[in-house]
Design a binder for this molecule. Structure first.
Ligand code: 5AD
Ligand code: SF4
Length: 448
């Protein structure tokens, strides 16, 4: 008997950049699943390669072009292979990509993923397919869902997209568009579905997630804090996180939720970008160092053990050594459990691109000094976990036999020597020691 069902086509997606791109890549795989695609882990046997790109810094965008160049051989060997560029580089440089790299068949911006099946069909027909519009309809609403496949215990869920803040260095308002929140009921339906498939921790995503104001069931707006309390009621969902927040949108009720909602994890990513008011003003951040510090004081009053995380840019146009020192002072004062620091990267079309730039060597030197301080603080805070009791959500086996790895409430990687633990277990532990990039712990109670 011969099997007449068509061979599935293979899709390879490479994801760059932020967690929202990770979420989007999953949605794109689902959309193309309706066209008979299954995912593969390698570009070599793919019928379609999609690069989901990031435009936030120059290096991120350049990586896309060098990666595309590497597919030349593959395409020559397999002329049917279709190559697509998605994400923020696609949005910002759409037609330019097709001109610069003729082997690209398809370009799709972050707001048009639901149109992928149609774009794919056009590309298969030999057309160069491009869609970088900002359509009115909710793309998430049109995306096909995968049948009830089992999932890893942690998942991202996009609740808000885009940004109206226009920080002077940032391309996000241009690539992701204006701030839009998804209706609460759709998010809750998606969350329940994730939990049914085995998800126990959900991270709510948005470029300005704490400005979330999606339509509620009664027609009014739901805030992020209200959404968190709605999620809190879902049985089987054990942990809630959200990222990325803007200091100006940290409301009292959200701060309070950190003290009262047991499922809301004690971790907050709250980028400040710089420690000098002069630079913050030039960055169009609309908060001061002092207002940021007072905000952290209030957050810590609500949840004393909260672990703070931040983003910093060094070498922003006109940043002086004194401005930079103020950033070091701020980092020292806050004590970040995690912090991400970047050298300012000129983004065409943003206001700061036109201003006098800090010499590259100086910016490099500042980045090194800032990272040394951050690394020291991160290690100190990680070490301070030793002896403490907390929970770990088990994600996968560790490198050694019988060892499992998961994440603590504070998002540190934790190793546990215990062969009885399995993926998805939430286990109470005591931290035994702190290593270079992770903690070691022992279980002190049964997993659930
Ligand atoms: N140059 C360097 N870093 C940037 N970021 C955003 N735009 C730029 C830029 N032009 C950083 C900010 C932001 C993080 C996601 O990336 O710190 O919070
Ligand atoms: Fe970019 Fe500023 Fe919006 Fe964050 S708040 S996405 S840094 S413009």
């Amino acid at each position: 008997m011969s099997d007449s069902s068509p061979q599935p086509k293979k899709l390879f997606i490479k994801t760059y950049g932020c967690q929202m791109n990770v979420y989007d890549s999953e949605r794109m795989a689902e959309a193309l699943g309706t066209q008979g695609y299954v995912e593969t882990g390698s570009p070599d046997d793919a019928d379609m390669i999609l690069l989901n790109t990031c435009h936030i810094r120059e290096k991120a965008a350049e990586k896309v072009y060098s990666e595309l160049g590497r597919f030349k051989g593959l395409k020559a060997a397999k002329p049917d292979l279709k190559i697509g560029v998605a994400g923020c580089v696609a949005q910002a440089e759409g037609e330019e990509i097709m001109r610069r790299q003729p082997l690209v068949d398809l370009v799709v911006g972050p707001q048009s993923y639901h149109r992928l099946p149609d774009l794919e069909a056009r590309a298969r027909g030999g057309e160069k397919a491009l869609d970088t519009e900002f359509p009115e309809e909710d793309k998430f609403n049109h995306l096909a869902r995968r049948p009830k496949a089992k999932r890893a215990p942690t998942a991202f869920l996009t609740v808000q997209e885009g940004c109206d803040k226009f920080c002077a260095f940032c391309v996000v308002p241009y690539t992701r568009g204006a701030e839009v929140s998804r209706p609460a009921e759709r998010i809750l339906t998606e969350a329940r579905d994730l939990v049914e498939r085995g998800v126990r921790e959900i991270t709510l995503l948005g470029q300005n997630v704490n400005a979330y104001h999606g339509a509620g069931p009664d027609g009014g707006d739901r805030t992020l804090a209200q959404l968190i309390w709605d999620l809190d009621k879902i049985d089987g969902l054990e942990r809630i996180r959200f990222t990325t927040s803007h200091p100006n949108d940290m409301t009292d009720e959200l701060i309070e939720a950190h003290g009262t909602c047991a499922k809301l994890m004690p971790y907050l990513h709250l980028p400040v970008q710089a420690g000098s008011d002069r630079i913050l003003k030039r960055m169009n951040r609309s908060h001061t160092v002092d207002s940021y510090l007072r905000l952290i004081e209030r957050i810590r009053a609500a949840r004393p053990d909260i672990l703070m995380s931040g983003d910093f840019i060094v070498g922003f146009p006109e940043e002086t050594e004194a401005d930079f020192q103020a950033t070091l002072d701020l980092v020292q004062e806050v004590g970040y459990g995690y912090a991400y620091s970047f050298k300012y990267s000129t983004r065409p079309g943003t206001p700061a691109a036109e201003r006098p730039q800090v010499p590259a060597a100086e910016a490099d030197d500042r980045l090194q000094r800032l990272q040394a301080l951050i690394t020291r603080d991160q290690r100190r805070i990680q070490d301070s976990m030793v002896g403490r009791e907390m929970s770990v959500l088990i994600e996968k086996p560790g490198r050694r036999d019988g060892q499992m790895v998961g994440k603590s409430d504070y998002l540190h990687a934790v190793h546990i020597e215990n062969a009885d633990l399995k993926q998805g277990d939430l286990v109470p532990v005591r931290i035994l020691s702190s290593g270079a990039n992770s903690l070691a712990a022992e279980a002190i109670g049964p997993a659930r």
